[in-house]
Design a protein around this ligand. Structure first.
Ligand code: NDP
Length: 715
């Protein structure tokens, strides 16, 4: 079967000489691949002109919903991907990481997209930068999607996850993509892309696929395109220095091979839980995916006196790992992806062996428990030992991309830190210690050289996601040798596909653009109290200035009685006199409560519930006799999706400033309220039933009741 690429809206068969794709276990040919004859420049143009505009017309929330729908669609059809994955030599757990781990990343970005991004086509990054004394000129950062195409070049080891972990932030950002999987396992990616295209969930032009080489594609990338690469450092460097990439300053994210370390803490002697956990993790990382993971443990750092114990314990565990055809019951490790990788890994082991001895396994002499050793691309778990790691370069330099790790001794924490850094930049490191001081020293010592650090003790082990697993919410990538790139990390990676633009202008202009009220911007007021208005009727910047209230000693005493807070600064004249306040002050929480009393309109209306409070600061003390007043400004509105049985609603963020009689702010914060909105087409089964958290909250206001206009003071 000749695999097809998906280019410019069609499945296209390449011409010319094709590459044979071989089953990793049986050695049989299963497909062939070539991309010769594809119009690569045309594909880029198609993505830019067809897919890009459609994705950019959607909001973050719409794109997030698309990711979720796609994730569900793929999950329902996962069996077909597991079937395809068998030919790569993956065990069931290996395939699970690739397939369901990848789909899980889509789910994770779908939910982050709705939680962390606005229902808009742009994203505001960070706060307001004051640029003038009188606050008439301010700055803000705005991010919009790039108008090019994201070209994703992936490695062979994760044909699904490698694609999906890059597509999730790309699509969420609003950028189309061209995916180019490693040819050797491209049949798995092709199967998944076909399912994605057939689903009709993606807008046309959002996703294209190249099976085979990229031809002259990279000669045509421009300043609005992004290229990401996962694979060997050699290829990565070559692509990064491509003419068009340099000339057009194309964003290039590289994730290359890396020699990750795992370290056993000096106090974690044999018999401790941390010792056992360490041994288990090293073996797991050596054998899962037959060690073909960019995050696998290549360097195993052990306190010198424990070297023999560790080697013995690892060996004992490896004895239980049966190598063979993963389709056979009881097989724990499959073959490498192909014969070429066997030759490659064997060569690398030989290089390391110049300075290290073989202490477990032998690549030239091993058995397989199931399958044909000569036909399949089998390789045994191989443990090496190097006794002079400070002066040997090979164990820190040579990556054997298979079930291979080198044990190295260290004599002090400083020495272990120096060894960890000899990898010259890694994706991940891990430390197994019960001593948090050791953890602190190692973290501060090695962080500069690592993208992720896993710290395990008996308390965290049970829930640990493991040394080798990148997670959607945490950054994946490392400096130096690891490529210097960064992927995932939640919202961070979405911004890699967007342009951040610094805006400068008046607060009112920037408020109108961003739909997020900035201090100093216009504050229109209305005769109708804002709590009497539906979500749709509220205007950004709309402001209520309340009446005033003078704080009395009775207020303080009553609040202390109700809350039980008799802190000396509120209740003890002598202590308060000696304190930084010099006299008794009102409770900060009383000031908040009193402010709510000033701005709340009490009658039932469209405000459903108080949802939370952000960024609270008490900026000045409030004393007996002070007179406070509150300003409530509609800062931001975020519509909520209407689920069946839920009242149509949105979250309104209000900027609140409480001032004293001298117009000095005493408290500033943002409150969040849930506000009913008018029903519109597309709201599913909107009913009058309160949302769950309101039903659960006895303090939540009633949602029935008539509304009445209330006169307010002009601002
Ligand atoms: P490569 O660097 O050879 O290939 C990675 C990707 O780049 C593949 O899709 C490959 O496509 C593509 N590619 C290669 N040459 C070009 C080119 N000139 N123009 C455009 N694309 C190109 O890595 P492999 O996947 O073959 O793995 C080799 C080594 O890389 C491993 O042994 C390991 O050391 C390291 N590696 C690192 C990983 C990581 O995540 N950091 C993951 C996997 C591997 P094609 O297959 O068609 O050649």
């Amino acid at each position: 079967m000749k695999l097809r690429s998906y280019a410019r809206g069609d499945w296209v068969e390449g011409s010319g000489k094709a590459t044979d794709l071989i089953h990793a276990v049986t050695g049989e040919k299963i497909a062939e691949a070539t991309s010769e004859g594809l119009d690569f420049n045309g594909m880029l143009e198609y993505g830019r002109t067809v897919g890009g505009p459609k994705l950019r017309a959607m909001t973050f929330h719409e794109r997030a919903r698309m990711l979720k729908e796609m994730a569900k669609h793929l999950l329902e059809r996962k069996d077909r991907f597991y079937k395809l994955s068998e030919a790569t030599g993956a065990t069931k757990p290996d395939s699970w990481v690739d397939i369901e781990g990848g789909i899980g990343t889509f789910f994770a970005y779908a939910s982050r997209g709705r939680r962390e991004f606005p229902d808009e086509r742009f994203y505001i990054d960070g706060g307001v930068e004051p640029l003038s004394k009188d606050n008439t000129f301010v700055g803000r950062h705005l991010c919009v999607p790039l108008e090019g195409v994201a070209v994703h070049i992936n490695a062979f080891n994760f044909p699904c996850w490698g694609m999906l972990e890059k597509l999730a932030p790309t699509f969420l950002a609003g950028m189309p993509a061209i995916v180019k999987p490693a040819t050797i396992t491209s049949y798995v990616t092709e199967g998944m892309v076909r399912t994605m295209i057939d689903s009709g969930i993606l807008p046309e032009g959002a996703l294209q696929l190249i099976v085979g080489s990229t031809g002259d594609l990279l000669d045509h990338v421009g300043g609005q395109d992004v290229v990401t690469f996962t694979g060997s450092a050699t290829t990565g460097r070559k692509l990064k220095s491509g003419r068009a990439i340099i000339d057009n300053a194309v964003r290039f994210n590289m994730e290359a091979d890396s020699l990750n370390f795992s370290m056993l803490g000096p106090e974690s002697k044999p018999g401790t839980q941390e010792f056992d956990l360490f041994v288990k993790e090293v073996v797991r990382e050596m054998t899962s995916k037959a060690g073909q993971k960019c995050t696998a443990i290549r360097r195993t750092l052990v306190p010198a006196p424990m070297v023999d114990d560790v080697i013995k314990a690892i060996g004992k565990r490896l004895d239980g790992v049966k190598v063979g055809d993963p389709q056979v019951e009881g097989i724990r490790m499959g073959p490498l992806v192909g014969k070429s990788q066997v030759t490659e890994v064997r060569g690398r082991v030989e290089e390391i062996r110049r300075v290290a001895e073989l202490v477990y396994g032998d690549p030239s002499k091993f058995d397989v428990a199931a399958g044909d050793r000569d036909k399949g691309a089998f390789f045994p778990p191989t443990l090496l030992y190097n006794d002079s790691p400070l002066t040997s370069t090979q164990p820190h330099d040579v990556e054997a991309f298979g079930p291979v790790s080198t044990v190295m001794p260290y004599k002090s924490i400083d020495e272990a830190i120096a060894l960890a850094k000899m990898g010259r930049g890694s994706l991940v490191g891990s430390l197994f210690t019960s001593d948090d001081e050791v953890a602190r020293d190692v973290v501060l010592g090695v962080s500069s050289h690592h993208g992720r650090l896993l710290l395990i003790n008996k308390d965290s082990a049970k829930a640990s996601t493991g040394h080798g697993s990148p997670l959607p919410g945490l950054v994946h990538g490392g400096p130096g040798r690891a490529g210097g790139g960064e992927e995932l990390g939640g919202a961070r990676s979405t911004l890699h596909y967007m342009q951040r633009t610094a805006l400068q202008g008046s607060p009112t202009t920037l408020t109108r653009i961003s739909r997020d009220w900035i201090k100093g911007a216009a504050q229109p007021s209305d005769r109708v109290h804002p709590f009497r208005k539906y979500f749709d009727e509220l205007e950004i910047g709309e402001t209520l200035i309340t009446h005033r209230r003078t704080i009395t000693e009775a207020d303080i005493v009553n609040f202390a009685g109700i809350s039980g807070d008799h802190f000396y600064a509120h209740m003890d004249d002598i202590a308060a006199k000696e304190s930084i306040f010099e006299k008794r002050v009102a409770h900060g929480y009383f000031v908040l409560s009193a402010a709510a009393g000033l701005f709340v309109d009490p009658a039932p209306g469209p405000v459903l519930a108080n949802y939370g409070l952000d960024n609270l600061r008490f900026t000045k003390p409030v004393y007996v006799g002070d007179t406070i007043q509150a300003r409530l400004t509609c800062k931001q509105k975020t519509e909520k999706e209407t689920r069946p049985g839920m009242i149509p609603q949105g979250v309104v963020a209000w900027d609140v400033e409480v001032t004293n009689q001298n117009a000095e702010p005493v408290a500033v914060y943002t409150i969040l309220t849930l506000v009913r909105r008018h029903t519109k087409p597309g709201d599913s089964d909107a009913s009058d039933a309160p949302p769950d958290h309101v039903a659960d909250n006895p303090q939540a206001p009633d949602t029935t009741g008539a509304e009445r206009p209330v006169p307010v003071k002009p601002s």
